[in-house]
Structures are given as C-alpha cells and as structure tokens.
Design a protein. Structure first.
Length: 246
C-alpha cells in the first residue's frame, strides 16, 4: 500500500528540479500524476521515465484558459484532482533601481497569479473528489527579505498570505491548503553562474551547512498530500536547514 494510493495529483513546473522530484515521489507512493510545464521536451522525458501513472502537458500557469484545459485533461486521464502542487516559479535577481516593471510583473504573474489561478481552477474538481490538499511552494523568501530579489520576495510573501486565506475559506469543503518554504535547494534555478557568489554567502548562514536535495522537499510534499496530514491546514512548513531560525 502506498501513502498516496487513490490520489490524483497535478504538479506545475514538473519538467525538472523540485517538480520532477515531487512527481517521482508521488508515483512511487501510488498516486496518478499530471505534470505541467512550458519546457515540453524535458517534461515529456520526465513523464516517460515515470511510466503509465504520469503524463505531461504543456502549460502556461499565467493563462486561465490553459488552467481550465489542464484540469479537464487531468480528469479525462485519471479522474477528479485530489492534490495540487503549485510548484512553478521563477526568480529574477536585479537591483530595485534597475528592476523593470516588465520583469516585476513577469515574476508576479508566474509565482503569484499562477498560484491563484491554480487554486481557483482545481476547486470544481476537488469538490467532485469530496476532499483535497493544495500545496503551495513558497520560499524562505516569503518569510524574510533579501536584497536584489524584490519581485521574488513580493510574490512569495503573497503566496504565504493567499495560502492562509484559502485554507480558512476552503476548510469547510474538506480542502486543506498549506505552504512549503524551502531554503537553498539543488535545482537548475539555483545552480547558475549569476547566483554562485550569493549561494556561497548564504551557505555560510545555514546551521546544517549544506544545500538540500530536491527529494527532501518531496518527502514533505508527500506528507502534506497524504492523509497523514489530515489536520494540517493554513500552515507554513519551513525546510531550510535552520537558515532563518537565528
């Protein structure tokens, strides 16, 4: 028996990195999984590697129409959605003085509006399932401020607040909503030359002294998707090696 037997999960940003790791963990625990992303080739490879219980669809999380289409396709393949992992996100590192409105809105549209659209779009499907778990991937950047990432901070703080509001509203429907706040995770988004110097400085502030593997965040996602977390809603789960504990 898997911990997610009978669950149908939709994971955005699932082509690589944390999203792909979450999908792998969910399938291993018995869930049927739809992963979405704008990275078609990587997404298809990830789904193929995970077998018949995982399919990929190209998906722009900022499009309400595409959200409706993805929910419909998920139901066609596997049935009503019982788990949503709002994982898709981007970061743009730029000083406030030179940060363009275009780049600010791009981050907000993907990281914040995408989460809003995801939660709204899956509601009818979760009502059919008679319960659900929504997992919003925020960040420690949704807990503390950092220089050079104003738009990212803004979006991740918003996800934190949206999660709490949705948890209060959707609880009576049997739908739980929680946020996960990762620190530095080894993913393609963090392993870039532009962030190398910043990462070295940040690593020095982590009590556990290392970056996390994506699988460590996936284990937390499995817990929140499962019935083991049946009384957890509106909560913030920090997974940062103690980085912001001091």
């Amino acid at each position: 028996m898997g911990r997610l037997d009978g669950k149908v999960a939709l994971i955005t940003g699932g082509a690589r990195g944390m999203g792909a790791s979450h999908a792998k963990a969910f399938v291993a625990e018995g869930a049927k999984v739809v992963i979405t992303d704008v990275l078609t080739e990587e997404g298809e490879k990830t789904a193929q590697a995970l077998g018949d219980h995982c399919v990929f669809f190209k998906h722009d999380v900022t499009s309400e129409e595409e959200w409706k289409d993805i929910v419909h396709k998920t139901e066609e393949h596997f049935g009503p959605i019982s788990v949503l992992v709002n994982n898709a996100g981007i970061v743009i590192q730029e000083p406030l003085e030179s940060l363009s409105l275009e780049n600010y809105r791009k981050v907000i549209d993907i990281n914040q509006v995408g989460v809003f659209l995801g939660m709204k779009s899956v509601l009818p499907s979760m009502k059919k399932a008679d319960k659900g778990s929504i997992i919003n991937i925020s960040s420690i950047s949704g807990m503390v401020g950092q220089a050079m990432t104003l738009a990212y901070n803004a979006s991740k703080f918003a996800v934190r607040g949206m999660t709490k509001s949705a948890a209060v509203e959707l609880g009576p429907l049997g739908i739980r909503v929680n946020s996960i706040h990762p620190g530095i995770i080894k993913t393609p988004m963090t392993q870039t030359p532009e962030l190398e110097a910043v990462l070295e400085q940040m690593l020095a502030t982590i009590p556990l002294g290392r970056q996390a593997e994506p699988e460590e965040v996936s284990a937390l996602c499995v817990f929140l998707a499962s019935d083991e977390s049946s009384y957890s809603s509106g909560s913030e789960f920090i997974i940062d090696g103690g980085m912001i504990a001091g």
